[in-house]
Write a protein that binds this ligand. Structure first.
Ligand SMILES: [Zn+2]
Length: 113
């Protein structure tokens, strides 16, 4: 068993393990971010493998470069707010900013004092 589930590597939120019983046969296991946005599409036959896969961190330099590209794209695109949609471009920008801070090892810009 791989032990504790690490926080989400994208947004830093807590993660939890979900038992998937959508298909016939034995259940599958999937680790999910609590914010419901950073979803892993992979399911595993045992909980330990699911946790181990989730806990594996992406390459930090590559992740940081990809996030900075996403941030640049968000900052140059026209912002929108749609009341009926759970996630708008402002919230996406905050998630990207937080992910960059986490990947760079800096304090999150949206966390309070
Ligand atoms: Zn997340």
């Amino acid at each position: 068993m791989s032990g504790q589930i690490k926080p989400c590597h994208i947004c830093g939120s807590a993660a939890w393990i979900r038992e998937v019983r959508d298909l016939p046969g034995p259940p599958l296991y999937q680790v999910r971010c609590q914010n419901g946005v950073c979803v892993s599409n992979y399911a595993w036959q045992n909980a330990g493998d699911a946790v181990e896969a989730w806990n594996r961190r992406p390459d930090d330099a590559a992740m940081l470069a990809a996030l900075r590209l996403a941030q640049q794209a968000l900052n140059t695109a026209k912002r929108f707010k749609v009341p009926s949609v759970a996630l708008d471009s402002y919230q996406i920008a905050i998630i990207v900013d937080n992910a960059i801070s986490a990947a760079a090892g800096a304090k999150s810009p949206t966390s309070g004092p």
